[in-house]
Ligand binder design. Structure first.
Ligand code: NDP
Length: 247
């Protein structure tokens, strides 16, 4: 992947799933990393995996923080600049999914999903932009196929991801003249903890994965590594003429 070596990358949701896999993949490409999440033990584990992937210790550190808290987002970006002096890539991967239809979604769960999946992307992007302008950097948002299509039973999640796609496309247009790119990946079902964290039982989860054999053209769920590679492509110079896409 061209142009990523030594690039400074801030990844939210780096303590688990797609964000963690992305951290390890970027580590293998020699990026300088800042890994953000709330679970300290998981984050330290991912830091260790990055070092095991060949990244020198001084090229990775963790930032404990909640993306729903603006002060935590401010501290994350400040820590990156204090530590590395620049920011080249922002990967917004933190996210949650709480099932619920128009009839059953509690306002509290609606707010939680909007704050985590959408508002945090706005807040972190706004904080990162001045630094990304300096480096002609880019943003990769981890959206979802739920941003592009409607899935019954996860109404607020669909809404939050559609909003992330709009943010991505609009920011791409607003920052193009400053050579900052903004793109999103919109994966189908990927094997991670997100569904079980949202309350899905193990049995329902296994059935859900089985249904991927019918619902995805490739007849299976995807892997974290497959998404990480798409994120790295969009962040790299290989995608230098790509902005505003929802992949
Ligand atoms: P995981 O549950 O494995 O990981 C979610 C990550 O988000 C964790 O690192 C978690 O950190 C972090 N996170 C959640 N809430 C907060 C918060 N308030 N503040 C800081 N960090 C937070 O799920 P995935 O890896 O699957 O999800 C990553 C992204 O991918 C999400 O945006 C999701 O919507 C998207 N996605 C996932 C798909 C899938 O099928 N798995 C499909 C399409 C998109 P911690 O535990 O430390 O709090």
């Amino acid at each position: 992947m061209s142009g990523l070596h030594n690039k400074v990358v801030l990844i939210t949701g780096a303590s688990s799933g797609i964000g963690a896999g992305t951290a390890v993949h970027f580590a293998s490409l020699g990026c300088r990393l800042a890994l953000c999440g709330r679970n300290s033990e998981n984050l330290q584990n991912v830091v260790k995996q990055c070092i095991d992937a060949g990244l020198p210790e001084e090229k990775v550190f963790s930032v404990l923080g909640d993306v729903c808290i603006v002060k935590d987002c401010e501290r994350a970006v400040k820590d990156v600049i204090d530590h590395y002096g620049q920011l080249d890539v922002l990967v917004n991967s933190a996210g949650i999914q709480i099932p619920g239809s128009i009839e059953t979604t509690k306002l509290e769960d609606f707010d939680k999903q909007m704050n985590t999946n959408m508002r945090s992307v706005f807040v972190l992007t706004q904080l990162a932009v001045p630094h990304l302008i300096k480096t002609k950097g880019n943003i990769v948002n981890v959206s979802s196929v739920a941003g592009l299509r409607s899935f019954p039973g996860v109404l607020a999640y669909n809404m939050s991801k559609a909003s992330v796609d709009q943010l991505t496309r609009t920011v791409a247009l607003e920052l193009a003249d400053r050579n900052v790119r903004a793109n999103a990946v919109n994966p189908g079902v990927i094997v991670t903890e997100i569904h079980k964290r949202g309350g899905m039982s193990e049995e329902d989860y296994q059935q859900f994965l089985e249904r991927c054999k019918i619902t995805h053209a490739l007849g299976r769920a995807g892997t974290v590594d497959e998404v990480a590679k798409s994120i790295a492509f969009l962040a790299s110079d290989d995608a230098s003429f790509i902005t505003g896409v929802t992949l």
